[in-house]
Design a protein around this ligand. Structure first.
Ligand code: TRP
Length: 337
């Protein structure tokens, strides 16, 4: 049985872009595969504390799992939901990988580390060691597929290297995750296309953009979100077509329409291509967004903390069993046991 594993970074608020680009594809992937694969969905809470530490972490941990459920994750016996910090083996394997497989040179080349440390007077070691902890998250469970965004591909490559290095030094121990190319095929989402800013579609939609009409937050009322779609920037070509380079505004809306309704982009493009009534198309997208938010928000309200606590407890029992077994094997190999 294959294992699909992903860690959702704890975020206080998500945009429609995060939802369509990350959350929804993951939920669909989980729903499609959990019949015959293990699907591990965990909250990398130890990763969260590398940057800010504040009082909202615990609440955000619960919220991130609520988001999955509200987005339609179907629970079954193969879906395991847990918090990283409740599985001590993650931290311990990180240390062992630090000493046996990870190197300063390779880890220093990580783009995320370079970006986060650039210009900083003082950089905590956690920022540097972040990808080794991520490798431990993956290798403890012999995960094959790790659906993540492009910004994490380099960390996946590092994970593969650590597994190969450890295996060749101590004998077959870890499953080496699939190469990036197969990961992308498995995810079956077009890479490189991100949901864009509604006012300035050359940029990606971001929650830190100040202009309210540029972004749709998952907490926006459906009415407000629909209005934002109606006022989105398009173009003056006179008829609808898809081309992210020359007409990012309308392309963004076509893409949103396809993703929400789980239809191939091509099909949606063919349906609207050549149509001169931009307003009609916007109305259609606005109503898709309206319905999406209405359902999502209703679902979100119906999940309470005790339900999540229950899921965590079951998931953590399972995860500790698997992870401790793998950790023991590693401890034996390096001579600790
Ligand atoms: N680093 C990932 C991110 O920033 C989150 C993460 C941590 C993760 N551990 C992981 C993702 C293991 C997949 C597998 O988005």
């Amino acid at each position: 049985m294959k294992t699909i594993l992903t860690g959702l970074r704890v975020n206080s608020e998500l945009t429609l872009g995060n939802y369509l680009g990350a959350l929804l594809p993951m939920v669909r992937l989980a729903n499609e595969n959990s019949e015959d694969s293990n699907v591990n969905i965990f909250v990398p809470d130890l990763h969260s504390i590398i940057s800010s530490i504040d009082g909202s972490l615990k609440e955000n941990i619960f919220r991130s799992i609520k988001y999955y459920l509200a987005a339609g994750l179907e629970l079954n016996k193969n879906i395991h939901i847990y918090r990283q910090s409740y599985i001590p083996a993650h931290s311990e394997l990180t240390w062992i990988l630090n000493c046996t497989a990870a190197t300063m040179g390779e880890t220093s080349r990580m783009i995320q580390y370079k970006e986060k440390s650039a210009g900083e007077k003082s950089v905590n070691v956690g920022i540097f060691d972040y990808p080794v902890l991520m490798a431990a998250d993956i290798l403890l469970y012999d995960a094959n597929y790790i659906p993540v965004g492009e910004d994490q591909f380099q960390h996946l490559e590092l994970t593969r290297n650590l597994a190969l290095r450890f295996n060749s030094r101590f004998g077959e121990t870890f499953t080496v995750p699939e190469e990036t190319k197969s990961q992308v095929e498995f995810m079956n989402v077009e890479q490189g296309i991100r949901i864009r800013d509604l006012m300035n579609p050359e940029k990606k939609m971001s929650k830190s953009t100040l202009a309210e009409n540029s972004k749709i937050m998952l907490s926006d009322s459906p009415e407000k979100a629909a209005k934002k779609i109606m006022s989105a920037t398009t173009d003056s070509f006179g008829s609808i077509d898809f081309d992210f380079t020359t007409r990012p505004g309308i392309s963004n809306l076509l893409y949103i329409e396809a993703l929400i309704n789980n239809r191939p982009l091509e099909e949606v493009v063919n349906e609207w291509k050549g149509n001169e009534h931009y307003g009609d198309f916007k109305k259609k997208v606005a109503s898709s967004v309206f319905e999406l938010l209405e359902t999502f928000q209703k679902n979100l309200e119906s999940v309470d903390d005790s339900k999540i606590e229950e899921l965590f407890e079951a998931g953590e029992k399972y995860a500790n069993e698997i992870a401790n077994k793998k950790l023991f094997e590693v401890q034996k190999k390096v001579g600790l046991r």
